[in-house]
Design a protein around this ligand. Structure first.
Ligand SMILES: Cc1cc2nc3c(=O)[nH]c(=O)nc-3n(C[C@H](O)[C@H](O)[C@H](O)COP(=O)(O)OP(=O)(O)OC[C@H]3O[C@@H](n4cnc5c(N)ncnc54)[C@H](O)[C@@H]3O)c2cc1C
Length: 311
């Protein structure tokens, strides 16, 4: 069973979520593990995580989902891949089902565990904002999966991948993509390993300096609760929750956030949750791995200082 993984790049390197997708593919492959990657990605590391062969294609500008789907489908056909794997992302959530249509494949998104082969090819998918899961049997000969971030441990296999150039035919883009520039130093909320979020307990935008300082010390992204962005204390792209961004970092630190069900819906699949709240009865403590009951204005500066002395 050959497996094909689509690699997304960022700053000329494969994204961590793509390396997790590689680890997933390498764990289930019974044949070749092939990666298909844009030429702006340095793919030398992929062998380390289990890739046998990299198909590298040249792109000019940003790809749209239909183009990604076409490239991946052509690569899958060329490599006789029976399983095609994406890391879950906004673009890949659109491209994966299109690959399913191209290849007549079964498709499962937001996969959170390795397949259960004892029942055929059954995968677990996160549903209802991570509050539940469902098991899906993929019965077609070809399967397309997208893997949820942080669902798979990256294990090193120590291989060296052969790199081949790949020239798929790609139709011209049918949409205009407006590129926006990320501010230097900003960490994308959805990609962050650590997120520090603030809520209404911080009283006003003028107090966000301590949240940013803590985030900077931990190399984390900053997030916030909905009322905070509604009041324009923070930009809307930082709003985390059911109606905002859903995150699944290794560490989520919630400061002055009550833990309403709508906020939890966006953070409950974080690996470790730390809650700082002055009210010992705040609902967030029920979802927390670690909790500190106390005044954020007292705790956060001391916490940041202590981290600076340790890290
Ligand atoms: C349809 C719908 C969708 C929604 N979607 C979302 C969503 O996506 N995301 C979201 O976040 N919300 C969402 N909400 C709103 C949600 O119900 C809550 O109202 C909101 O999450 C509360 O935000 P908060 O915890 O920041 O504020 P509050 O509920 O006001 O809580 C503030 C917390 O800060 C604590 N605090 C106060 N002072 C301090 C201090 N000095 N130190 C430490 N702690 C302190 C308090 O004890 C309290 O627990 C939605 C609501 C609806 C109806």
């Amino acid at each position: 069973m050959n497996v094909l993984i689509y690699i997304e790049s960022e700053n000329n390197a494969p994204k961590k979520s793509s390396l997790e997708a590689v680890a997933y593919g390498a764990a289930i492959a019974k044949g070749q593990v092939v990666a298909v990657a844009p030429s702006d990605a340095d793919t030398t590391e992929l062998g380390k995580y289990g890739v046998d062969k990299v198909l590298q294609f040249t792109v000019s500008g940003k790809l749209e989902a239909t183009q990604v789907a076409s490239i991946v489908a052509q690569a899958a056909q060329a490599q006789s891949a029976e399983v095609v794997i994406f890391a879950k992302s906004i673009l890949n959530d659109l491209a994966a089902p299109m690959v399913g249509v191209h290849l007549g494949a079964s498709v499962a998104s937001n996969v959170i565990e390795m397949p259960d082969f004892s029942k055929g090819f059954v995968v677990k998918r996160g549903v209802f904002s991570g509050k539940a899961y469902t098991e899906v049997a993929l019965n077609n000969a070809i399967k397309v999966l997208s893997i949820k971030k942080n669902a798979v441990a990256m294990t090193e296999k120590g291989k060296t991948a052969v790199i081949e150039s790949f020239s798929p035919s790609v139709a011209a883009s049918t949409i205009t993509i407006k590129e926006t520039t990320q501010k230097t130093g900003d960490i994308l909320l959805t990609d962050a390993d650590i997120v520090v979020s603030g809520g209404r307990g911080l009283k006003g935008p003028e107090h966000w300096g301590m949240i940013e300082e803590l985030a900077k010390t931990l190399n984390a992204a900053t997030g916030c609760s909905k009322p905070v962005s509604d009041m324009d204390w923070r930009p809307h792209h930082e709003h985390v929750g059911q109606t905002g961004i859903k995150v699944s970092p290794n560490l989520y630190i919630a400061v002055g956030i009550s833990g309403a069900i709508q906020h939890l819906a966006g953070v409950s699949s974080s690996k470790t949750i730390v809650v700082i709240n002055k009210d010992a009865d705040a609902p967030f403590f029920k979802a927390a791995d670690y909790g500190i009951v106390g005044d954020a204005f007292d705790i956060i500066p001391k916490f940041t200082e202590a981290l600076k002395n340790t890290l």
